[in-house]
Design a protein around this ligand. Sequence first.
Ligand SMILES: Nc1ncnc2c1ncn2[C@@H]1O[C@H](COP(=O)(O)OP(=O)(O)OP(=O)(O)O)[C@@H](O)[C@H]1O
Ligand SMILES: [Mg+2]
Length: 320
Amino acid sequence: MPSIIQISNLTKKFGNIVAVDHLDLEVEDGEILGLLGPNGAGKTTTILMLATVIRPTEGTATVGGFDIRKNPEKVRELFGIVFQEPKMLWVSTPWDIVNWHAKVCGLSTEERKRRVKEVLESLDMWEHRRKNVHALSGGMRKRVELAKVLVQRPKIAIVDEPTAQIDVVGKHRVWNMLRRLRDEGSTLILATNELYEADELSDRVAIMHRGKLLVCDTPKTLKDSIVGGDIVEIQLENDASAKIVEELKNFKEVVNILQVKPCILRLYLNKVEEVVPKIMNTLVKKNVPVTSIHMSEPSLDDVFAHYTGLTIEEAQKSGE
Ligand SMILES: Nc1ncnc2c1ncn2[C@@H]1O[C@H](COP(=O)(O)OP(=O)(O)OP(=O)(O)O)[C@@H](O)[C@H]1O
Ligand SMILES: [Mg+2]
């Protein structure tokens, strides 16, 4: 697939802080690119530079062939943005905001009416359309912010933490709408620090940490690339002794063992189908009763830990 955005050497410094550090990345036409990283990773700063809201310190990017430094107004025509912190102080109701946005984007009166209603309904905001925005909850405000881009259907949609304040039912609804936007031809950049959201939505995921790009690939390739990529969780009837943990570590296929709880062992291993029967045999022989055994695929959480050496919780703390 051809790329619609080419980022090269893109850097932003705020005083001593290097928020984005010599970033090279391409976004393919028609994909959802997940930009994943803990707080302070540089996701929003990257997005704001692409959208020409802030200027890079060094490096540049081309968007649809236009340079963000040389042709910012051309670049802006291609974008629709869902900001992390919605700003909507100047008009008073969700309907006014979305309708005004549709007007600015050049939708005909008839199409505008139809789409504004359709989008507000599907975001469960139709009954709140006449409320004062200051009386809306955080999640509702985010829905209004999302509605603008969904009505606009821009060539490139940038969505910054689209479901951060939205409830579980709402999240699934928003994810479906963002997928539909992609299927109708938009390219999406999705900044998120939710691993599950990145995994669910992204065609490819770029993992950022401290302003740098660590890796970028499809969620499946990323997960498959981890050594010891199969995960088996074994729950024992009693707490696991250090001796039994050592015993299991001796299997050459076992790469690592985490004692998640005193009686739960999480094994990262290769060749799961060969090694699990051997492990079960050992446990039976050693008289260690097993309550349950659960196999799972690695998640993006495991991928993140693999590339950064940190769990996402640790990285979150270090970013604060
Ligand atoms: N306007 C600014 N002035 C000074 N420092 C800034 C500014 N904007 C961002 N930063 C710093 O740049 C770094 C990257 O911030 P950024 O908002 O891009 O991270 P993020 O990945 O979007 O994080 P989050 O998940 O919290 O939204 C942080 O260290 C932040 O404190
Ligand atoms: Mg951010």
